[in-house]
Design a protein around this ligand. Structure first.
Ligand code: SF4
Ligand code: SF4
Length: 363
């Protein structure tokens, strides 16, 4: 059974102090002194997103790592989809606009996959039969880290229900090849009857992933499966594949496992259950939060932490006028999928366990 710690935002409010209490309770100082180069992995938010983790809270973690003897740096990676974080340069500019710069954070900010394809394969000692890849293309900049601290925003996600630590490890710590591997199961499917051959999908794609052949789109081997063309098709002729969720979730959890395994015993996790929106921080904007703020959960086991986070969402207070499905697995119901598949797969991979106990901390 994994031990987790909880700072109750509704009861205690003071997250500035709460993060210190959580950090100290995790007893990270000895391991950070031995492994001082600490990569703090968070999500800076897409340009226009207002509900990502607030920069002040990440700055607090940066300072706590420094107090523990560490040399922190913030890491992020480029996106698959072609918005304002597609290249390292665009991502750094967006990060600064959203409040994350070297000046505000007090430490370097590294886009760890460089141009998007600076990756290094890391092994997965365990693998389930449905996973087509054998190694995980980790963002190369993470080789500079001795320790990984994942600061993850808990919110809804169209492909995996709830996104938390597993999602942050899986999609956030790999380059474009690694993201494409996980997203292969979400490559759009053409409904020929609806397609008028307008070519908007071809113009939308920034990587030559689709071309017109005989007046109809055909995906090329450059397609990264980002699905941006699906959102732009004026005829809604591009659709999600059928029954892809469990495959996507399994592949995502395998990628998280590869990253977790690389840093085995040198990781810690903070899940921020604040500004709990239906969609993720890649969305500009992500809409109003659906639940009241819950607080911060932390621990050393990402599976237990995400399982607990999903359970906490079930107990959360629905905000006035918000439309939120009934428990259990509220976000799973919202997207007609099983969020808990992440934790089932993670447990089978021996990345963590679903059983947990939570200690609520206070000043
Ligand atoms: S944007 Fe849609 S309708 Fe136009 S060519 Fe592409 S799939 Fe067909
Ligand atoms: S073809 Fe569509 S799914 Fe593939 S990379 Fe281009 S925009 Fe993304």
């Amino acid at each position: 059974m994994s031990q987790l710690y909880y700072w109750n935002y509704l009861r205690e409010q003071n997250l500035w102090k709460g993060l210190k209490v959580l950090f100290q309770r995790l007893e990270l100082e000895p391991v950070i002194r031995l492994n001082p180069r600490v990569a703090i992995k968070t999500h800076f938010g897409e340009r226009g997103n207002l509900t990502h983790i607030r920069p002040q809270l990440i700055r607090r973690l940066v300072d706590l790592v420094k107090e523990a003897g560490g040399k922190p740096f913030l890491v992020e990676t480029t996106t698959l989809y072609p918005y304002k974080r597609f290249t390292a340069e665009e991502h750094l500019e967006t990060a600064a606009i959203n409040g994350f710069s070297q000046q505000t954070m007090g430490c370097p900010i590294v886009i760890a996959d460089g141009d998007g394809f600076e990756e290094v394969d890391v092994p997965m000692p365990n693998r389930l039969a449905d996973c087509p890849f054998e190694q995980v293309p980790m963002a190369k900049g993470l080789l500079e880290a001795d320790f990984l601290l994942a600061a993850s925003h808990v919110k809804g996600h169209i492909h995996c229900g709830m996104g938390g630590a597993v999602k942050n490890l899986a999609m956030g710590c790999v380059g474009k090849t690694g993201k494409a591997l996980q997203h292969r199961s979400t490559q759009p499917v053409l409904c020929e009857a609806e397609c008028v051959g307008c070519g908007v999908c071809v113009q939308t794609c920034r990587c030559g992933g689709v071309e017109l052949a005989d007046g109809k789109p055909r995906f090329t081997d450059k397609c990264l499966s980002c699905a941006d063309c699906l959102f732009h098709c004026p005829q809604q002729a591009l659709r999600w594949p059928e029954n892809y969720h469990d495959r996507f979730i399994s592949h995502m959890t395998h990628a998280a496992y590869g990253i977790w395994n690389h840093f085995k015993g040198r990781t810690a996790y903070f899940n921020f259950l604040l500004d709990i929106t239906a969609v993720c921080d890649c969305c500009p904007p992500a809409g109003s939060p659906l639940l009241e703020d819950i607080g911060v959960l932390s621990g050393l086991d990402p599976i237990a932490l995400d399982q607990a986070s999903n359970d906490f969402l079930d107990k959360g207070l629905v905000r006035a006028n918000a439309c939120m499905p009934e428990p259990p697995d509220r976000f799973g119901k919202l997207y007609d999928l099983n969020t808990n598949h992440q934790f089932v797969v993670g447990e089978k991979l021996k990345m963590g366990e679903r059983d947990y106990r939570v200690e609520e901390l206070s000043l």
